[in-house]
Ligand binder design. Structure first.
Ligand code: PMP
Length: 405
């Protein structure tokens, strides 16, 4: 198992100065940095193995296919899917959720049916459902959150009825860091036969995820938040459901036979993977999984939890800081306000000191509305962060406070 303190040196982008200061990168919830192993895997494919997958008899195409399909096997293993047929390679969480909205929900829903989500969701777990509700006449209903930024479980459970055909819920909130009580939510939904999709964009990068143990039906995640390239992702789904769903994108690779009268779709998982995929990115995604597993998910989780506690304690002690999101269970993310300084102004000032944070609504406008804020400043952690990064953040905040005093 790798020593986590040494992992930072695996990430070339972290070895630079920004605005005259060594970079402190606290924006991994938006997109994490990539280790050299991922960058090299992509470069190797581009230099030596570049060819299309699944269709050539020549050596390069075989090599490309092996690497690409090898990544699927690694992802299958990472989340403990029952079969590689259940791992649909997508461009990211957003595409994965849209796939479920269009292929699972659209044929199923009609007026009177409901889709249930929570107030905490990222726009990717809101807008695809709004679109399919418009298309089918179904309604989107929303479970509230409390002042800590936790889903009000009893109220969510009260909204679960036989009218609800799908429940979409995040694993971890990207805006507030709240870890949702998935087991309770899924158990309650399953008692009523409700299909459950988990938006795992902020789950898989930070903790062990076992989709079979969770008991959900779909789980979506993105490669670029777990040290992989952008434009890569996964929809995991139960084979039985995926078998019954029609594809929502047509094209090459997703068919077995095409004539003008009739098209026979390919088997899983290819039925949902129309066109030439992001081969280079997916190979890098596979290398990212190797990297995560070489460090160990348990190791990563413990390191980030300890660092998160340190960050929260330090932030709370800064005069004028108000923590936004104080859930009893949080992972890797903390949103905050500093006095009445606009988050964009604060973010710019921190950037001048080499500290990269995210500012704004974090693609979760309803969460911001719930707290009556236009946006927050958000610091988010990954395995390469350490207490020095937090101390630099705090020092930069102290300076900002003086500048705006
Ligand atoms: N859900 C959550 C919770 C996220 O944090 C994000 C990315 N910010 C997404 C969905 C969308 O992911 P992507 O842009 O990679 O599709």
């Amino acid at each position: 198992m790798a020593d986590i303190a040494h992992c930072r040196s695996d990430f070339p982008a972290l070895q630079q100065d920004v605005n005259g200061h060594p970079l402190v990168f606290l924006d991994s919830a938006a997109s994490s940095q990539q280790p050299a192993a991922v960058i090299d895997a992509v470069a190797r494919y581009q230099r030596e193995d570049h060819a299309n997958v699944h269709r050539g008899v020549h050596t390069l195409s075989h090599r490309a296919t092996e690497l690409y399909e090898g990544a699927r096997d690694k992802l299958c293993h990472l989340v403990n899917a029952a079969s590689r047929s259940e791992i649909i390679l997508t461009s990211g969480t957003t595409e994965s959720i849209n796939l479920v909205a269009q292929s699972y929900c659209r044929p199923l829903l009609g007026p009177g049916d409901q889709i249930l989500i929570s107030w905490l969701e990222h726009h990717s777990n809101i807008v695809p459902w709004q679109l399919v509700c418009e298309q089918t006449g179904a309604d989107l209903i929303v479970a509230p959150i409390n002042d800590r930024g936790e889903i009000e479980l009893d109220k969510m459970q009260a909204l679960m009825t036989d009218r609800v055909k799908l429940l979409g819920v995040g694993h971890v909130s990207n805006a507030l860091g709240t870890v949702n009580p998935l087991r309770d939510i899924i158990t309650s939904a399953k008692k009523l036969g409700i299909t459950v999709l988990v938006d795992g964009a902020q789950g898989v990068p930070h903790m062990n995820v076992d989709v079979q143990a969770l008991g959900c039906d779909f789980y979506a995640f993105s490669g670029h938040k777990m040290f992989g390239p952008t434009g890569t992702g996964v929809l995991w789904g139960r084979e039985k459901l995926l078998e019954e769903m029609p594809p929502y994108k047509g094209g090459g690779d997703m068919i077995l036979e095409v004539s003008f009268e009739n098209t026979v779709f390919n088997e899983l998982p290819y039925k949902f993977e129309a066109g030439t995929p992001n081969i280079a990115g997916t190979i890098g995604f596979g290398a990212a999984v190797d990297y995560l597993q070489s460090v160990g998910m348990q190791n990563i989780s413990e390191h980030e939890q300890a660092l998160h506690r340190y960050m929260v304690a330090k932030l709370a002690a800064v005069d004028g800081v108000r923590l936004i999101g104080t859930a009893r269970e949080q992972a890797s993310v903390q949103s905050f306000m500093l006095n009445d300084i606009h988050p964009h102004d604060l973010g710019t000032l921190l950037d001048h000191q080499g500290v990269a944070v995210r500012t704004g609504h974090h693609c979760a406008m309803p969460v911001m509305q719930r707290f009556g804020l236009p946006g927050t400043t958000r610091a988010s952690l990954a395995l390469y962060n350490n207490t020095d990064d937090i101390d630099r953040l705090i020092a930069a905040l102290e300076k900002a406070r003086q500048v705006f005093a």
